[in-house]
Design a protein around this ligand. Structure first.
Ligand code: SF4
Ligand code: SF4
Length: 718
């Protein structure tokens, strides 16, 4: 549970997590194992269709939330259940405490419930003098340690079995072995008494089925069944977002939930409860009571929000944490407040306030891994950026991002500043291609990679002498440079130009184009992102070109996906932005899929290369094959690096804001690359090239890092 008030304080907490070797090792192992088991369990299934089913079912339910609640209440109460509605977390806690008081409850057992974590129910009940025991093994462990979950599905994933053995030794007063089965036995023995004595059981639920008044629980441990059946009072605390019209919708979710959460086809237990479950300790004893407390806590308002309603589709599978490179480095206590992972970064703002969300939303590298695996098809990275922008709009924009926004919106000023920086950098480059020492604005933590110097002449300044007319071209292309290649790596654009011309493409470089705007979007500067988008759409008329080609994967993804959204509400510009976006292609896609180039223009090198897939190419543009196919076309041998599609840690302005995390992600990436033994690393994004090249140099690796365009162009026969 991150609690730091300032970004500096948060970075300090993050630094402590990064220094936890066990956490890092556990997270690494888990990330790799999860990906493999998920792939296996979804093999032969159409994941996209399954996810679309979940999204549709949830969206339809969210549109009728009030109706579904009324229907559920009617049906459940007809079965003898008392249904309550709590507007706030406090109200939910009070309702449950009142139920306990009215029934003379002294001891409570609980099964795992993120909704109860959200309301801090345990604290409230303990404050009321009740004894509450968590009965899910992971939850019990963290309860004993007085900490929150570090994962929504596996709450104690951050702990080693040795730590658990020490904890159990303390709790039982007897030395406990760290062998896992023995630890489970200890928990079973200790908890059995609690089950037998409890007056009240509190559970959550994964589903609330309106047309029957049924709740459904998906678990891997038998504890939830005992919690709901053994005590004389059962209370289920459920978010309103769990309401569904019928069982068919729940089954659609059930096909995806366990597969996506833990790579299991189905969990050990799926429990459906309609009416109070049987309880009959004696014929004269009190009858079983069942209460269902629905929690709003902002959900009904969220369901009406045109941008954010999709967060309520979440089925709490935890996959968005499982694949997140930042979560993998820092763990859940620093990557969420109560809800963990990408979804946690968003809902923290709505459920727990912007104070808790302010730092978290800045700690997203925008790699898109969460979106790619989300069981409900939520555009998590985009919503994280939206929350960031919303917080800045509410609190005022920091000076740094306002300045960047002002500069980026003014192309001439921006380019003049870059040209001036080129002249000013001489004392720190010593005539080399790198900054030999970092200017004072950078701290030591930025030293994990060598930073490139600004090129002597920008691509746009070279363009008049590079322009080559192609007679009877196969297609006409507008080259979109992005600022890194224009001003830092113009040679990559020159290489791309040679490739295109060699394959019969007529290329133009519209001079009024500017930065794509992603850096300001990442900083929560939505207005500036819109202004820059409008300028680029005006600079490159989509009607004049067959394609708008870029060698930068991040630009490609931003131009394609963000521009129609950013400009969509401006009638004429919006239509043009749609046409513009539809023509955007990465270089590799144009060469491989559209032009289908062959090896005629290349002389084979025989050199073996490895490849890093830029996040915005493999996930942003859903392109997984073209760069590697082109390397083969140009005659390179290929050796794959493990986790080829995992982020390199760049993330543009992210690596400047969180250098310590960026450095750790890069270290893992470079180790995977080093293990291939390749002497050439190819990628298709100048940002990735900058990160990987700078990191490899700092690490003294004997590997050349090339943009795909450079690697291909150097094998051109002409
Ligand atoms: S975009 Fe990447 S870094 Fe951001 S939350 Fe998703 S997985 Fe994590
Ligand atoms: S946001 Fe998506 S991936 Fe994350 S927990 Fe919810 S459903 Fe699962």
């Amino acid at each position: 549970m991150q609690e730091a008030k300032t970004l500096k304080g948060y970075r300090h907490e993050v630094g402590r997590a990064l220094a936890n070797d066990f956490l890092r090792e556990a997270m690494d192992k888990f990330a790799v194992a999860y990906r493999e088991s998920r792939a296996k369990v979804f093999a032969e299934m159409d994941i996209d269709a399954l996810v679309a089913d979940v999204a549709t079912a949830k969206d339809q339910a969210l549109h009728r939330l009030d109706h579904l609640y009324t229907q559920f209440k009617q049906n459940a109460e007809a079965m003898g259940v008392k249904v309550h509605l709590a507007d706030t977390a406090d109200a939910a806690n009070r309702i449950i405490a009142d139920i306990a008081r009215d029934n003379g409850v002294r001891t409570v057992i609980k099964s795992k419930s993120m909704t109860a974590e959200e309301t801090l129910l345990n604290h409230h009940l303990e404050h009321e003098g009740l004894t509450v025991t968590e009965t899910d093994l992971g939850e019990w462990i963290i309860q004993l340690r007085h900490e929150g979950p570090s994962h929504m599905v596996m709450p104690a994933i951050h702990l080693s079995r040795h730590q658990v053995a020490d904890l159990f030794t303390q709790v039982t007063g007897q030395h406990q072995d760290s062998e896992i089965q023995r630890l489970v036995k200890v928990a079973r023995r200790e908890l059995r008494q609690k089950f037998a004595q409890a007056d009240m059981g509190i559970s959550g639920a994964n589903f609330a089925i309106a047309d029957t008044g049924t709740i459904g629980l998906v678990t891997n441990e038998g504890n939830a069944r005992l919690v709901t059946t053994l005590p004389r009072v059962h209370v289920a605390l459920i978010g309103l977002d769990k309401l569904l019209p019928g069982m068919v919708d729940a089954l659609k979710i059930l096909r995806v939930l366990p597969r996506n959460a833990t790579g299991q086809a189905i969990t050990s237990y799926v429990t459906w409860i309609t009416g109070p479950a049987e309880y009959n300790p004696s014929e004269t004893g009190p009858a079983k009571q069942m209460h269902i407390v629905f929690l709003d806590n902002g959900r009904r308002a969220l369901a009406r929000d045109p941008i954010f309603s999709q967060v309520l589709r979440c089925v709490r599978c935890g996959a968005c944490a499982n694949v997140c490179p930042v979560y993998r480095m820092v763990g859940g206590h620093q990557y969420g407040h109560i809800y963990i992972g990408a979804i946690g970064l968003i809902v923290t703002y709505f459920f727990h306030g912007r104070e808790k969300a302010r730092n978290l939303v800045q700690n997203c590298i925008n790699c898109g891994a969460c979106k790619a695996v989300c069981a409900a098809g939520i555009d998590l990275p985009q919503l994280i950026k939206e929350v960031h922008a919303r917080i800045q709009d509410e609190e005022g924009h920091p000076l740094q991002s306002t300045m960047l926004a002002t500069v980026l919106k003014n192309r001439r000023l921006f380019h003049t500043l870059l040209r001036s920086a080129q002249l000013a950098q001489r004392p720190v480059t010593g005539g080399t291609a790198y900054l030999r020492h970092l200017p004072h604005i950078f701290s030591k933590q930025h030293n994990f990679r060598a930073l490139p110097a600004i090129a002597e002449r920008a691509f746009r300044d070279r363009w008049p002498s590079l322009r080559t007319r192609v007679a009877q071209p196969r297609c006409r292309v507008a080259l979109f440079s992005g600022c890194v290649q224009d001003f830092v790596y113009p040679e990559q654009l020159e290489a791309g130009l040679r490739l295109l011309v060699a394959h019969g493409v007529d290329v133009d470089f519209p001079m009024e184009q500017s930065c794509c705007g992603l850096p300001v979007a990442m900083m929560g500067e939505n207005k500036a992102a819109r202004d820059v988008a409008r300028q680029n759409v005006a600079a490159i008329d989509p009607d004049r070109f067959d394609y708008i080609v870029t060698l930068c994967a991040s630009c490609a993804s931003h131009l394609r996906h963000a521009y129609p959204r950013l400009l969509g509400d401006e009638p004429d510009v919006g239509r043009k932005a749609e046409a513009f976006a539809a023509k955007v292609q990465p270089l590799s896609v144009l060469l491989h899929h559209i032009l289908a180039i062959d090896n005629a223009a290349f002389s084979a090198s025989g050199e073996t290369a490895t490849y890093h897939a830029p996040c915005h190419l493999c996930r942003g543009m859903d392109e997984h094959t073209a760069p590697k196919a082109l390397m083969a076309t140009a005659g390179y041998g290929f050796t794959p690096a493990s986790e080829e599609e995992t982020c390199c840690g760049f993330g543009g302005t992210y690596s400047a804001k969180f250098p310590e995390i960026s450095a750790e992600i890069l270290t893992t990436k470079l180790s995977d690359i080093e293990a291939t033994g390749a002497r050439l690393l190819v990628t298709e994004c100048p940002g990735c090239a900058m990160q990987l090249r700078g990191g490899a140099k700092q690490r003294g690796m004997k590997i050349r890092v090339a943009h795909l365009a450079e690697a291909l162009a150097e094998r051109l026969k002409i």
